[in-house]
Each structure stands twice: as C-alpha cells, then as structure tokens.
Design a protein around this ligand. Structure first.
Ligand code: FES
Length: 137
C-alpha cells in the first residue's frame, strides 16, 4: 500500500468511526426538543390561589392561571414588554395588569392598553402527575 492510499484509508476510517457520534448527537437533540415540558410548580400550589408565579423556572419566568380542575390553563411570561416589570393577574377583570405604567394584557397575552405595544409571550401549560408543566408555544 502506498503512503497516500494509507492516508486515504485512515481518513475514511476516521469519518466512518465519527458517524455514530454525529448520529447520536442529532438524536439526543431531537429527544430534548420533543421533551421540553418544564415543571414550574405543583398543582396544589396552583389550586391555592388560581395562579402560580415561577420567576426562575427552567423555562424562564412563568405565570400560570387556572386550577388543576380547569380544562385549559393559561401561562405567560409575566415580564411586561414595556420596561420589564412583572405583571399581575386580575381575576375579576380577567386581565394581566402591569404595576409600573399600567399596561394591560388579555388572557391571551395580547396588549389591551399601552404603553406596552407587544404581547406577553405565552406557554402551553398542563397538569402532569400533580405538577404544573409548561413549554414555549
Ligand atoms: S413596565 Fe409595564 S407598563 Fe411600563
């Protein structure tokens, strides 16, 4: 075998042996994408007041509205899009209200009153084994 042939042969071997690693890297990425529901609290915590604020959840700041018995849960990133204050949920008015400059958002996160102009980010939310889990929607 000539020297050049040997180098080509070793080179191909190197590519072939790194293939399983590349495939494994891709498949682990797929797993984490499909399993990105993050636990933000327990259903008992949510049921106490009908809302659950997790400022430092693995998914980022999350405010979940509802109870474990409700058909649908609402979850938003409560960071006001105007200047970053944390909005609160006003159950009687069914809206998120910012304490800093009075912006108001509907339950869908859309702006109802400025000065904010951009909607709150929303999450899909559900109860899973007594935990409240969310993922970016
Ligand atoms: S920070 Fe919320 S209205 Fe200004």
């Amino acid at each position: 075998m000539k020297r050049r042939d040997f180098i080509n042969w070793v080179g191909l071997g190197g590519i072939a042996s790194s293939l399983p690693v590349a495939i494994a890297a891709c498949s682990s990425q797929t797993t984490s994408t499909s399993g990105d529901w993050q636990t933000v609290g327990t259903s008992a915590e949510l049921d106490k007041t009908g809302q659950l604020l997790a400022k430092n959840s693995p998914a980022g700041p999350v405010l979940v509205i509802g109870t474990s018995k409700a058909a649908n849960l609402t979850a938003v990133n409560p960071t006001c899009t105007h200047a970053g204050c944390t909005v609160g949920w006003k159950a009687e008015a069914k809206k998120f209200v910012c304490p800093c400059h009075g912006s108001e958002y509907g339950i869908d996160g859309k702006v109802q009153k400025g000065p904010a102009t951009e909607a709150l980010k929303t999450y899909a939310a559900k109860i899973e084994s007594n935990s409240v889990v969310v993922k970016p929607s």
